[in-house]
Write a protein that binds this ligand. Structure first.
Ligand code: NAD
Length: 487
């Protein structure tokens, strides 16, 4: 493990965290929690907690912001989003540094995430110009029009693993549609969210169109979702919190867009080069220490290529450089916090106790920071906890199969269905997998996942609705039918 610091990141200070309500940055609230660097446990700053009066003010501000923004011409909304993307890109290095400090991912990945957020804003800026209604066939002196209008102020909750691209994806679409937003990001990674909102502010977004709050998640979600001001709720986060927020939204009759957890299966079929697939799989699995919703997790591998796959995957896992995200050559950063380390330790121990073989890693690294060795478990029994709980860590689970029926049944056996992957040389198998695998996105013969121009989301417990792609604004629009007699 390497914890020495490289110097190519700009040496800017970690930002001071603040709420942003009605166009004003608010610092002077009691600290809700500290922000810690998961690479060395040092305290980077503290997060002010919103008090009920802040939430009420944010709601009233979002109502005023909506009235203004929905009537702002679409080209002007697009201009603000494009300008915010330009500002983010110009600050990519310093924001990337903030992300690495508070989240731990390698600095190069922090910078890539900023670029990704820009890509979402740019896609949604163009989407703002394509909100079309329709005109229905009508008799003379009657017009029958179908309008698409912004749904209203949105409550948006975002996670720590993608602390700037998730707000970019969500707010890009909401703002393009003409909605105002109250954003509650994760308190583990508040610096990225502040930098994001600052760019929107400097790009000319009027006060009230975006408000930013931190603090007690239960107080914030119950207050915002129950308020008549809020018309729609969106979360990127865990299944558990998704269900809680969906319940609150249901009680208030508000639609939701939920991007939740996954447990991605990777079907590796007979006839492929197991070692070659393992090389692609290792890079995708260990990226961001496995803390990605689309992270490949259950490797369901045909028995004829199983040994070559497992041996190459574990060889690469053992060679990966784990350490501080600023250190030269580091490929895998820390887990988000000590709780995540304990969770992965528990999953490994449970799988081992049930008969799994640890072929790489298997334990935490050092006592400082939250590092866990890239881990490959082979012959994992189906009743191991890790086979059904989202590990959200550097844990690859390998099992062998004999028939495609068996592989598909195993892949579909969980109540989750976000991203999935398959490797095959057979067109027939690829067609069948595409049809039968229960997931929101499937990558065949590569480990990529959809970007800004393709829909992304889950089936089953992995979520409701889709972000990005040609229909990205749908969740933020309502349809109004106007029947107008002209005389
Ligand atoms: P989380 O559900 O714990 O938190 C997400 C957000 O919800 C945070 O802002 C958090 O503070 C807030 N929150 C937590 N409890 C809340 C409550 N009771 N009321 C209101 N808000 C509450 O998730 P996380 O640990 O930040 O992120 C990891 C999870 O996110 C994983 O399950 C991962 O798969 C999922 N994720 C999904 C996608 C996707 O696109 N589907 C993308 C990234 C992450």
């Amino acid at each position: 493990m390497n914890q020495s610091s490289s110097t190519d990141a700009p040496q800017v200070a970690y930002p001071r965290i603040a709420l942003f309500v009605d166009g004003e940055w608010i610092h002077d609230r009691p600290a809700f929690c500290e922000v810690r660097n998961p690479s060395d446990d040092t305290v980077l700053g503290s997060v002010p907690g919103a008090i009920p009066a802040d939430l009420e003010r944010a709601l009233q501000s979002a109502a005023r912001g909506f009235a203004l923004w929905r009537d702002t011409p679409a080209p002007e909304r697009a201009r603000v989003l494009l300008c915010a993307a330009e500002l983010l890109r110009a600050r990519r290095d310093e924001i990337g540094r903030t992300i690495t400090l508070e989240q731990g991912k390698p600095y190069a990945d922090g910078k890539t995430e900023v670029e990704r957020a820009c890509g979402f804003l740019e896609w949604e800026a163009a989407q703002a110009l394509r909100v079309y209604g329709s005109v229905l066939p009508s008799e003379p002196r009657m017009q029958r029009l179908v309008f698409k209008q912004p749904i209203g102020p949105v409550a948006a909750f975002t996670p720590w693993n993608v602390p700037i691209s998730s707000p970019g994806r969500k707010l890009g679409a909401a703002l393009a549609a003409g909605c105002s937003v109250i954003l509650k990001p994760s308190e583990f990674t508040p610096g990225a969210a502040c930098a994001f909102v600052q760019c929107l502010q400097e790009a000319g977004l009027p006060a009230g169109v975006v408000n930013l709050v931190f603090g007690d998640p239960v107080l914030i979600s119950t207050t915002l979702i129950a308020s008549p001001v809020i018309r729609m709720v969106t979360l990127t986060g865990s299944v558990q919190v998704g269900k809680q927020l969906s319940k609150l939204a249901g009680e208030a009759m508000k639609p939701v867009l939920m991007e939740l957890g996954g447990h991605a299966p990777v079907l590796v079929c007979a006839g492929v080069d197991g070692a070659h697939v393992a090389q692609q799989a290792a890079a995708a699995k260990m990226r961001m220490a496995g803390q990605i919703c689309a992270s490949p997790t259950r490797f369901i591998v045909h028995r004829s290529v199983y040994d070559s796959f497992v041996s190459e995957l574990s060889r690469i896992a053992r060679e990966l450089r784990v350490g501080d995200g600023f250190a030269a050559g580091v490929q895998v950063g820390p887990l988000m916090n000590a709780r995540r380390v304990a969770a992965i330790e528990g999953l490994v121990q449970d799988a081992q106790a049930r008969g799994a073989r640890v072929v790489a890693g298997g334990q935490r690294i050092g006592q400082r920071g939250c590092f866990f060795a890239p881990t490959v478990l082979a012959d994992v029994p189906l009743d191991a906890m890790a086979m059904s709980e989202e590990p959200f860590g550097p844990l690859a689970l390998c099992v062998a199969f004999d028939t495609l029926d068996e592989a598909l049944a195993l892949a579909n056996s969980l109540p989750l269905g976000l991203q999935a992957y398959a490797f095959t040389n057979s067109l027939e198998d690829a067609e069948r997998i595409g049809r039968e695998l229960e997931c929101g996105a499937l990558s065949i013969n590569h480990m990529g996942a959809p970007g800004a121009d393709a829909p992304f989301g889950g089936v089953k417990d992995s979520g409701l609705g889709r972000e990005s792609g040609p229909g990205s604004l749908e969740a933020f629009l309502v349809t109004k039918t106007v029947l107008q007699k002209t005389t």
